[in-house]
Structures are given as C-alpha cells and as structure tokens.
Design a protein around this ligand. Structure first.
Ligand SMILES: NC(=O)c1ccc[n+]([C@@H]2O[C@H](COP(=O)([O-])OP(=O)(O)OC[C@H]3O[C@@H](n4cnc5c(N)ncnc54)[C@H](OP(=O)(O)O)[C@@H]3O)[C@@H](O)[C@H]2O)c1
Length: 287
C-alpha cells in the first residue's frame, strides 16, 4: 500500500447510506485500490461499520467519525486527518444533509446547522489540507435554484451578487431563520409556496457559498470548488419516493464533477449530470 503522500485522498461526508454510500461504492469499484484512499464519513460509527461491511471491507476505505453539525466533531476529524493521514486531502465531497418538511425555527436551525454551516465550517477547517489540483464538491439541489426563481428580484440579486461575502450570506440565512418565527419570510422576498421551503433555502445558500469559496480560494493550489445536484433519487431523505431515480445515478452526477477534466468545469458553478445549471432555475427551463 502506498503512503497518503502518494495516494489520492478522498473524503465523502454522510457516506454510510444513500447517495454518499453509492459514491464510495463507485470509487471503490472504479479506481485502482492502491492509488486511492477513501475516507467514509459517518456521524454514527456503528452505521459506518455496517456500511463498510456492505462494501466488502475494502482496505483502502477508512471510516472517519464526523458529525458535520458539531464543531467539536469537525475539529476532531480535522485532527485525525492531520495526524493519521498527514494532513493531505485531494477531494472533499460535502454530501451529508438532512431534510424536514415542518416549518419551525427549531427545524430550520437544525437543518442550517447541518446543510449549510456544516459545509462552511468543514471547508474552513479542511481547505488548508487540500493539495494542488484538488476539488471541493458541495452537494446542493436544484430545489435551491428553483427557490430563487420564485423569490423576489431583490432577494435573487443578493444571493447572486458577485461580491457576496460569507458574512453577508450568514446574515441572509439568519434573517430567513428569524423570519420563520415571525412568519415574515415573504417580506424578505421568499415565496411561501416554494416547495420544501427550509431545505431549498439551505441548498440556495450552499450554491451561493460555493461561489464565494471559489472566489476566496481561486488561484490557490489550482483548486476547483463546485456545487452539484445529484438529481431526484430514491433515498431515506425523501422516504424512497416512488418514481425517483436510483441513488447510483445521483452518485454518477457527483462523480462527474470529481472526474471531469479541469478545462470542462467552471470554478464556483453548479452542475447536474454533467450539465452546468443556472443559480436561478426557471421552471420553464426544464426540458
Ligand atoms: N435524494 C435526493 O433526491 C436528493 C436530491 C437533491 C439533493 N440531494 C442531496 O444529496 C445528498 C445525499 O442525500 P441522500 O438522498 O443520499 O440522503 P440520505 O439517504 O438521507 O443520506 C444522508 C446522509 O447524510 C448523513 N448525515 C445527516 N446528518 C449528518 C450530520 N450532521 N453529520 C454527518 N452526516 C450526516 C446521514 O447519516 P445517518 O445515516 O447517520 O442519518 C446519511 O449518511 C444530500 O446533500 C441531499 O441534500 C438529494
């Protein structure tokens, strides 16, 4: 076995089931075992161990205990990557997320802590470990861009601003969470009829965060920061929705941005099934 300095090191968060698990499975089956080390992120070690067994316990897949909603877990995982894997990473796939339908402040706080702040904090901790030509992949959803197409022009402009900072994006997020309590999110420009409102705002925020991170880190180590939608896949997230496509296809959509040549991808942009998608996706754009 090569050492981590010679291997490509890939972290997938929330990889014990669903699309993240399928990503790891495809990486195991498609990549030379000796050259790639895969860190299977799981917030529950038992669930991670079960996933590892289902994969056939490949020697190049290691569990990484990581709950992205807890700062101490992120710090602990960061230290582990530093001490055990030499502080070297080539690809981070921020896949972990949750989805709840209820419209309450508590639910919103929980969802943003995982889906948005989890990615932001983890990337801040791990970006220094990313090697030359590395990639940071933030898993978002087209529901985030549909939500923006249904929002006011003023709000769209805030999310799309080419000078948006993480501090300003945090304020947009916090204003939305507060507005749930007072039932005033319409006044902020959100459309109360948007589907899966809180989830979709978390994903609009991830797509905007990706643009900011790409700007912040552009020129550094030739790293690409991209967001990706896996498409509507039958997983626990949507109670295995009938008619949804298999999670394997969602994994393919993510792996496209992992594997596509650098010159075929635009830093900061949003992709699904190898196609670049707009940050504001009008329903009429659907083909
Ligand atoms: N399925 C779809 O149709 C669809 C569409 C668009 C986008 N997406 C996105 O695709 C990604 C994967 O979703 P999925 O459908 O595969 O969902 P899933 O089957 O529910 O899997 C979610 C994974 O994230 C993990 N997770 C949740 N909270 C976590 C936390 N705080 N820390 C670490 N891991 C955590 C879960 O772990 P546990 O097993 O411990 O709960 C699980 O491994 C998500 O980002 C989702 O938003 C999915």
């Amino acid at each position: 076995m090569l050492s981590t300095s010679q291997q490509r090191v890939i972290l997938v968060t929330g990889a014990n089931k669903g699309i993240g698990y399928e990503v790891v499975k495809k990486l195991v089956n498609e990549l030379p075992l000796n050259n790639n080390l895969i860190l299977l992120g799981c917030r529950d070690l038992k669930r991670g161990e079960d996933a590892l067994i289902r994969l056939g316990s490949p020697p190049n897949v290691h569990l990484l205990h990581l709950d992205v909603s807890l700062r101490e877990s992120i710090t602990h995982a960061t230290n582990k990557i530093k001490c055990k894997y030499g502080g070297q990473l080539d690809i981070i796939i921020n896949n972990a997320a949750i989805g709840e339908l209820e419209l309450t402040v508590d639910i919103a706080r929980t969802m943003f802590t995982t889906n948005y702040y989890g990615i932001k904090t983890l990337n801040e901790h791990l970006f220094p470990f990313i090697r030359e030509n590395g990639r940071v992949i933030n898993v978002a959803s087209i529901s985030g861009s549909i939500l923006l197409s249904e929002a006011s022009k003023d709000l769209q402009e805030k999310y799309l601003s080419s000078t948006l900072t993480t501090e300003q994006l945090d304020c947009l997020v916090e204003d939305f969470i507060s507005a749930i309590e007072t039932n005033t999110f319409e006044a902020l420009g959100y459309n109360p009829k948007s589907s899966y409102l809180i989830y979709s705002v978390t994903k609009a925020a991830v797509i905007a965060l990706t643009q900011i991170e790409a700007r912040q880190w552009s020129g550094s180590k030739n790293v690409l920061v991209l967001s990706v939608c896996p498409g509507f896949c039958a997983t626990d997230l949507n109670r295995n929705a009938p008619g949804a496509r298999p999670a394997e296809l969602g994994a393919d959509s993510i792996l496209h941005v992992v594997n596509a040549p650098q010159n075929e991808l635009k830093n900061g942009c949003f992709y699904r099934d190898g196609q670049q998608l707009p940050q504001v996706y009008m329903i009429d754009d659907k083909n």
